[in-house]
Design a protein around this ligand. Structure first.
Ligand code: F6R
Length: 609
């Protein structure tokens, strides 16, 4: 959602900040702004809408400042206007801040500041109270004012601040939303997301809750919540700048769909040893642990939740442990049955999704063992877990998640198989052939991608449909939810997904001539049942697009379009059948001229409820 970038050093701050903010555009925002320590004064420029509006506003300005902060805002309190955009300043204009999160007691603080100090608030935001508080608490040293201010604020408040009287200083504080800091050769930086800084830094410091960063052009100091300077180990950045660029593709979403074979390979390569045995990074999951667990809870949101639905099928089937998969926003408020006999698995690309993080804390408080499947190294979910299983998808920039999903699935397969092997619930032959089939997936995924043209042609015919249905049985039903989510997110077409067996219990009432139905029929075990469902809807003259395994001769007798994926065992089909669904969503959105990488109302990382 909101993004923060700040720097102090030797180079032009405005260029570095705008460049960093552009890298954060993918997170979703509706206004952007920058504050600079320019010729002895705090200078603020902010604009509603895209960063290009802000660039237009400042074009022609000859900034020389080498210290500044910038922000992309996703409106929560107050509409997305120029005035409500960050940075915000203190009444006297000498201090500026940018903030991510929500100040829960901002109304109380606002009243106090108005009454006691006669502060006149200029915006409708909760964030302005930080600037005004710092303004009244400031006595010549920004970090002291920050220390006092954070004692008075409640909620989530990661912020960066600069002060006119300390021209070469940048102070930042973290509470509940991400903050990183780093020192390059010529400049020091802070940001809410490492993609903003890939160009400038090789290593970063992950700032924890309650810690404060104080930067000058030559120093970066980090203080613990009790005010002591701490020595942190920096984290080497493994992503590179090209990963976060479009590289010739018209959209990040298409690039990331095409990156899947590589991402799957990377995620597998680190976990399958030369002896063909699975090794789970540093995760110590013993047979004794597994015997202790009486269930697994998988908790996630959106696409990651759909990966969790597939996880339920494969873990239960292979490792024979009961699995509940839940959306995080439900899990955290339903006082779930979780205790020390529960293995809790959080799945999150960003590792910052608030509901997922809060669910994790709830499970931890109840004694569960916490394992997370996360893409962003050092993210909050990762840091608060007992064990982390990283997906090696690289940065995912498009709002619609694609390669994160397939790599989350790879982790779930590896985990399921590892646990099954420990428990002895699968034979050696099964284990070995599954490992070999997993290794074969990148090539098969490439074969699916080569047939992209077929999906593109289909989209050209179907793009103006108002409703599209997705159905499937067993593991295919989870995929139908994901296919439907992808389509509505980027094309804005109304879409509905259901387990095909549920059709007769209601949704079949919606079938009429030309209704478009994407039917996943990749499960050999359930094929006849699924075929019967397709016959039922074909009898209502619906337009069926069937996704089946290659060699299928029957589907074309009921479906108008058939897309085949390479033959593979039933458990692994999601890795391949998701690709035509992702491409379908992409091409449908493209035909409709939508803003594919940044769909309306959506943010990449949902750090508020
Ligand atoms: C859909 C999508 C979202 C995310 C969800 C969870 O394409 O991207 O549904 O999957 O917001 O995000 P993470 O995985 O970052 O926790």
């Amino acid at each position: 959602m909101c993004g923060i970038v700040g720097c102090t050093g030797r180079d032009k701050a405005s260029d570095m900040i705008i460049d960093g903010l552009k890298k954060l555009e993918y997170r979703g925002y509706d206004s952007a702004g920058i504050a600079l320590l320019e010729r002895g004064k705090v200078l603020v420029k902010k604009k509603e809408g895209r960063i290009s509006n802000l660039e237009k506003e400042i074009s022609g300005e000859r900034f020389t400042a080498t210290t500044g902060i910038g922000h992309t805002r996703w409106a929560t309190h107050g509409s997305p206007t120029d005035v409500n955009a960050h940075p915000h300043t203190s009444q006297d204009g000498r201090i500026a801040i940018v903030h991510n999160g929500i100040i829960e007691n901002y109304q109380d603080l606002r009243k106090k500041l108005e009454k006691k100090y006669g502060i006149e608030f200029r915006t409708d935001t909760d964030s302005e109270v930080i600037a005004q508080l710092l303004g009244v608490l400031y006595e010549g040293e920004l970090e002291s004012a920050v220390r006092k201010a954070v004692k008075m604020m409640e909620g989530a408040y990661t912020f960066g601040a600069i002060a006119q009287d300390e021209p070469d200083k940048l102070v930042a504080y973290r509470k509940d939303t991400p903050l990183i800091a780093g020192m390059g050769e010529r400049n020091c930086f802070i940001a809410s997301d490492m993609t903003a800084l890939l160009k400038y830094l090789d290593e970063i410091y992950l700032i924890d809750n309650g810690e404060m960063v104080v930067e000058t052009p030559d120093s970066l100091r980090i203080y613990s919540p009790d005010g002591k300077e701490i020595n942190k180990k920096p984290l080497k950045i493994t992503w590179n700048q090209e990963d976060a660029e479009r590289g010739g593709y018209p959209h990040f979403m298409l690039k990331e769909i095409h990156e899947q074979p590589k991402a799957i390979k990377e995620t597998l390569a680190r976990r399958i040893g030369r002896n063909g045995k699975i090794k789970l990074d540093g995760i110590h999951l013993t047979l004794k642990d597994l015997q202790k667990f009486n269930k697994i809870c998988i908790v996630a949101c959106g696409t990651a939740y759909h990966a969790g639905l597939v996880g339920k099928y494969i873990i239960e089937q292979m490792a024979r442990i009961p699995v509940e998969t839940d959306v995080a926003s439900e899990f955290r408020y339903r006082d779930p049955f979780v205790d020390e006999k529960t293995l809790f698995i959080a799945i999150s690309q960003s590792g910052e999704t608030l509901d997922t993080l809060m669910s994790l804390r709830e499970a931890k408080n109840k004694g569960a063992r916490i394992l997370s499947i996360v893409n962003v190294v050092g993210s909050s979910v990762a840091r608060e877990s007992d064990d982390v299983f990283y997906t090696w998808a690289g940065p995912e920039i498009a709002v619609a998640s694609t390669k994160a999903f397939t790599t989350q699935l790879v982790c779930l397969y590896l985990l399921a198989l590892y646990m099954a092997d420990l428990k002895g619930t699968v034979t050696k032959e099964y284990y070995n052939s599954m490992v070999s089939d997993l290794k074969g997936l990148p090539d098969k995924a490439k074969r699916v991608l080569r047939k992209e043209g077929q999906i593109e042609s289909m989209a050209k015919l179907l793009y103006n449909r108002d409703n599209i249905f997705f159905i499937g049985r067993g593991i295919d039903s989870s995929l139908s939810y994901e296919g439907s989510l992808k389509l509505k997110e980027v094309s804005y077409i109304n879409s509905f997904a259901t387990a095909a067996g549920e059709l007769k219990h209601g949704p079949i009432a919606l079938m009429e001539p030309e209704t478009t139905v994407i039917a996943l029929a990749t499960q050999d075990r359930l094929y006849d049942k699924m075929f019967a469902n397709m016959e039922e809807i074909n009898a209502r003259h619906a337009h069926i697009v069937a996704i089946v395994k290659s060699g299928d001769k029957k589907a074309k007798t009921v479906a108008r379009d058939v897309f085949t994926i390479p033959k593979c065992r039933d458990e692994l089909t999601p890795m391949l059948s998701i690709i035509p669904l992702q491409l379908f969503a992409y091409f449908m959105a493209r035909e409709r001229g939508e803003n594919i990488d940044k769909p309306r109302n959506l943010a990449k990382s949902v750090t508020v409820e």
